[in-house]
Design a protein around this ligand. Structure first.
Ligand code: GUN
Ligand code: ZN
Length: 420
C-alpha cells in the first residue's frame, strides 16, 4: 500500500532525555514534507521524501500523513460515563466512577466495551494507549486480549485497590498482586502491548498493597501507572491516611518512583517533589481536559519542565471529555496560556502526542515513519487551505481541527477506521 501527502516527520534528538527536557527547538523538531510511505504487511517498508506519489492508494498533495496518536492516560471502563459534570474528584469517584466500573465484573461486558472503546480511539486517530481497566482480573484479561487482537500498542493495567472504595470493588492485596503477576506473565513488559502495574492512587491503596506493587514492578521491569496530586482534597486525605508523609515520598518509599512510572496529573507538586520525580526519571501525564472538567486546578507545565520533569499527555477519559488527542493537545496549549507562562507551540503539541508520548512509553527515540516501524498511520484531509498562507500550517490544523478530516486510520498496516 502506498500513502502520499505531507508527511509529519520528527527530527529526532540523539538523546532521549535531551529531547524530553531540551530546548523548545528540539521539541519543535516537527517537519512537514511532501513524500510517501510504502507499507508492506504490518510495517513501513519505505519512506520517500520530496515527491507526491502518482501510484498512491491513499492521500494526495493536500493530505496530512501523521503517525498514530498516543494517549498516555485513559480509563477504558469510563468511556460511557464521560460528561458527569459538577462534582469534585473524590465525590465523582464515589458517585459516578465506582458504580460504573462495577459493570466490568462481567468479562463479556468488558470485552464488548473494550471493542467499542478501541473503535472510538481509532476514529479519533489514537492507535496506542496507556490505559486503566478495573479491579476485575477477568475484565483486565479481556481488555488486553481485545487490544492485542486489534494491534493496539501500549499498556493496560488491572487497577489495584484495597480500601476507600465500595466493598464490591475491594479485594485482598495479595490476591490482586498475584493476579497482576499472572497478567505480566501473559502480556510481558517490552511486548508491543503489555500489562502494567496499576495501583489506582494512594487514597485507595494500603501501604502493604503499594509496597507489593512496587516490588512486582521492579521484578518485571513493568510500567507503573497511578495518579498523583490531582486535587488539594486528595493530597490532604493522603497526608491524613499516611501520617503526614509527602505524597511523592510515599510513592518513592514504596518503590513506585521509577523511570517506567507514569503519574497522572501532578498538579500540586512543589519544587522538592519535582526534583525527586525528575531525579527518578519518572513521567507526569498531563491531563488538561480532565483538570478543567473536575475543576481540579491547572498544572503549571512550564514550572515542571523548568524542573526537568518529563511530561506526557493524556485524555484521562472519563474525567477528560475529549477523545481526540488533537483536542487534548489544544487544551494543553490553552491551559499553559491561561497561566501566562510560556506556552507550547502547535508543533510542540503535535510532537507531544506522537513522539513525546512514545518516549514516555519507552519506545526508541526514532521517527515513527522509519522503515520497519509498525505502520500506524493517519490519513487526514483538511477541508481548509492549510499549506499555503500566512498562518503556520500546524497551528492552523491544530486550532481549526475538525474530527471529520480524519479519513483513514491505519493500524499495523490495515485500514482499521475509514470515514464514509
Ligand atoms: N484518581 C483516582 N482514580 C481516578 C480516576 O479514575 N480518574 C481521575 N481523574 N483521577 C483519579
Ligand atoms: Zn485517571
Amino acid at each position: 500500500m502506498i500513502i502520499t501527502g505531507q508527511l509529519v516527520r520528527i527530527d529526532r534528538s540523539s538523546n532521549v532525555a535531551e529531547s524530553q527536557r531540551g530546548s523548545a527547538e528540539q521539541r519543535n523538531a516537527v517537519r512537514i514534507i511532501p513524500g510517501y510511505l510504502r507499507i508492506e504487511g504490518n510495517r513501513i517498508a519505505e519512506v520517500v521524501e520530496g515527491e507526491i506519489s502518482e501510484r498512491a492508494d491513499l492521500g494526495g498533495p493536500d493530505y496530512l500523513i501523521c503517525p498514530g496518536f498516543i494517549d498516555t492516560h485513559l480509563h477504558l471502563p469510563q468511556f460511557d460515563m464521560i460528561g458527569s459534570h459538577g462534582l469534585p474528584l473524590l465525590q465523582w469517584l464515589d458517585e459516578v466512577t465506582f458504580p460504573s466500573e462495577r459493570r466490568w465484573e462481567d468479562p463479556d461486558y468488558a470485552r464488548t466495551m473494550t471493542n467499542r472503546v478501541i473503535d472510538q480511539c481509532f476514529a479519533h486517530g489514537t492507535t496506542s494507549i496507556c490505559a486503566y481497566a478495573t479491579v476485575h482480573h477477568s475484565g483486565a484479561v479481556a481488555a488486553l486480549e481485545v487490544a492485542q487482537q486489534r494491534n493496539v500498542r501500549g499498556v493496560i493495567g488491572q487497577v489495584l485497590m484495597d480500601r476507600q472504595a465500595p466493598d464490591y470493588l475491594l479485594r485482598p492485596a495479595q490476591l490482586q498482586i498475584d493476579e497482576t503477576r499472572r497478567l505480566l506473565d501473559r502480556f510481558p513488559p517490552g511486548a508491543s502491548l503489555a500489562a502494567a502495574v496499576t495501583p489506582r492512587f494512594a487514597v485507595s491503596c494500603t501501604g502493604e498493597l503499594m509496597n507489593a506493587a512496587g516490588e512486582l514492578a521492579k521484578e518485571r521491569d513493568a510500567v507503573i501507572q497511578t495518579h498523583l496530586a490531582e486535587t488539594l482534597q486528595e493530597c490532604d486525605l493522603v497526608q491524613n491516611l499516611f501520617g503526614g508523609v509527602s505524597y511523592t515520598d510515599l510513592y518513592r518509599d514504596a518503590g513506585l518512583l521509577t523511570p517506567r512510572s507514569i503519574f497522572g496529573h501532578g498538579i500540586y507538586l512543589d519544587s522538592s517533589d519535582c526534583k525527586k520525580i525528575a531525579d527518578a526519571d519518572s513521567i507526569i501525564a498531563h491531563c488538561p481536559t480532565a483538570n478543567s472538567f473536575l475543576r481540579s486546578g491547572t498544572m503549571n507545565r512550564a514550572a515542571l519542565l523548568q524542573s526537568s520533569v518529563k511530561l506526557a499527555l493524556g485524555s484521562d477519559i472519563g474525567a477528560g471529555y475529549e477523545r481526540s488527542m488533537i483536542r487534548v493537545a489544544r487544551a494543553m496549549i490553552e491551559a499553559a496560556s491561561s497561566l501566562g507562562e510560556s506556552f507550547p507551540s502547535a508543533a510542540e503539541a503535535l510532537w507531544q502526542i506522537t513522539h513525546g508520548n512514545a518516549l514516555a512509553l519507552g519506545w526508541p527515540d526514532r521517527d515513527r515513519f522509519s522503515s520497519d516501524e509498525q505502520a500506524d498511520v493517519l490519513v487526514i484531509q483538511p477541508n481548509v487551505v492549510w499549506l499555503y498562507g500566512e498562518v503556520d500550517p500546524l497551528s492552523k490544523l491544530m486550532f481549526s481541527w475538525d474530527d471529520r478530516w480524519l479519513k483513514t486510520t491505519i493500524v499495523a498496516g490495515e485500514a482499521s477506521y475509514s470515514s464514509t
